[in-house]
Design a protein around this ligand. Structure first.
Ligand SMILES: [Zn+2]
Length: 469
């Protein structure tokens, strides 16, 4: 062995500590308690000090009870010396070797979590070796602490210390396409057949399916829609991630934030419509060649004074703004275009577009107790359209609470109608809330912030609205 001396000494002390600890915790009653004891110990004693590769390998060898594996791991070729601090990518490489899985044979689905890398993170998650974090995303270059390394090594070596994880399906930090959406819906349905159902509520102009996923068995329904505006496609992975996390936590009976999802889903059903404008989204993401109406879109764009690229395109594939299509004050709308445009053309008649019609019909049929519409941008909540009396009082209370959860601002926003939320408030008489996430449209670097701000929003909204029904 060729470890520097200072590491050998330190390692030996740590090894003794660990072995002593393991002897003790094997006497404890449950594995969950064992794990807690182990973690508490390391948190207290070694905390967040960074660890080196050499130390991690040593620890693995010690737990394994022999040093053969240690030697083979030691010979793993690295560009960096063994004494440098361990990055998360290093740790997972080591774990992969330690587990001796034939990685080449694993299906591609297991390689989730990092970009531009093929570390089998999701395999570790499925084996229970690593915790899947709330955001289900691993940062490659992050330095690994003693605590984390040891926790993972212990779980890799000793299956009884593993915790249950589900594979992460939705990988939200990507330009999330219609094809990706279909793939993820199918995989979620396969993984959570007891919890999720899907319906196709209509077809887009170009024949793409408009999906609605239901989670929950409750009698009161909440409708959540996203990406009615094409450029705001980031709201699709946002809502898909919510579906996955809610299903995951309901399945395991664990809390998500403060929320007991499984219990809530007995009273409430959420309908997620993650991409109501798939043609427009495809145009924004892949350009005019990717859609049937590409030439028309190109023409509309060149006629436009405000847009030079498809990046900010909000409309569907034939230049109609789907969120100006709803029959509330539609004839008297101002601030709209009178011909097809990248945004703000209300159409030649209300509900002339199949996407708007599908959303309208679905909402009228389901009779939700609340709707949430995800848009970009500005960190605003819009909620007001001429409601009065008890309805106004109820809705303002709810939006105040949602503003507290998200940190978003809200205001009276008496626009002149045509929007989905205006229809919900006016015709269905329930809170119709528009959530404007992020400060830059389509900027995935804001993902963490957006996710933290909004991930529990539908759950909170459900808890707030239920007493009123
Ligand atoms: Zn929008």
């Amino acid at each position: 062995m060729s470890l520097p001396k200072r590491h050998n000494a330190h390692s030996f002390i740590c090894l003794l500590t660990v072995l002593a600890l393991l002897m003790n915790i094997f006497r404890a009653t449950t594995f969950a308690e064992n794990e807690t004891a182990l973690i508490t110990h390391f948190t207290m004693s070694l905390a967040n000090k960074p660890v080196t590769r050499a130390m991690t390998i040593f620890f693995y060898g010690a737990l394994k009870g022999h040093f053969t594996a240690f030697r083979s791991l030691e010979t793993v070729q690295y560009d960096e010396p063994m004494t440098t601090t361990l990055t998360r990518a290093d740790l997972y490489s080591l774990l992969a070797r330690a587990l001796a899985e034939p990685l080449e044979e694993l299906p591609k689905e297991y390689y989730l979590g990092t970009e531009g890398d093929d570390l089998p993170l999701d395999m570790f998650a499925q084996l229970g070796v690593v915790n899947v974090p709330a955001n289900r995303f691993f940062v490659n270059e992050e330095t690994v602490s003693w605590f984390e390394a040891q926790q993972h090594v212990v779980r890799a070596v000793l299956p009884e210390f593993r915790i249950q994880n589900d594979p992460a399906i939705v990988s939200p930090q990507q330009m999330y396409s219609y094809e990706q959406l279909e793939m993820d819906i199918n995989r979620l349905l396969t993984l959570y057949p007891q919890l999720l159902t899907v319906e196709v509520i209509g077809q887009s102009v170009e024949g793409r399916s408009l999906y609605a996923m239901r989670i929950g068995q409750g009698e009161h329904e909440i409708l959540i829609d996203a990406a009615i505006h094409a450029s705001e496609w980031l709201t699709t992975p946002l809502t898909m991630k919510m579906v996955e996390e809610y299903a995951h936590h309901a399945h395991h009976g664990t809390l998500f934030g403060q929320h007991d999802v499984a219990v809530l889903l007995q009273e409430v059903s959420f309908w997620f419509i993650p991409m109501i404008n798939p043609d427009g989204v495809t145009l924004v993401q892949s350009g005019p060649d990717a859609i049937i109406h590409g030439a028309l879109a190109q023409q509309i764009l060149s006629d436009s004074e405000d847009f030079t690229t498809f990046k900010g395109w909000k409309a569907n594939s034939r230049g109609v703004d789907l969120n100006r299509q709803f029959p509330i004050s539609w004839t008297t709308l101002t601030s709209v275009r009178d011909e097809p445009a990248p945004s703000h053309f209300k159409g030649h008649a209300p509900l002339s577009e199949p996407e708007a019609q599908a959303l309208y019909d679905f909402a009228r049929f389901r009779r939700p107790v609340l709707t949430l519409s995800f848009h970009q941008q500005g960190e605003w909540l819009f909620w007001y359209h001429k409601q009065t009396g008890a309805q106004l009082e109820r809705d303002e209370k709810i939006v105040q609470a949602l503003a507290a959860v998200t940190g978003y601002r809200y205001q009276y926003y008496n626009d002149n109608g045509g929007k989905y939320m205006d229809f919900v408030i006016t015709e269905l008489g329930v809170p119709g809330i528009t959530v404007e996430v992020g400060t830059v449209v389509g900027d995935l670097r804001q993902w963490q912030r957006i996710w933290q701000q909004t991930r529990t929003l539908p759950l909170v909204a459900a808890e707030l609205v239920l007493p009123h029904f």
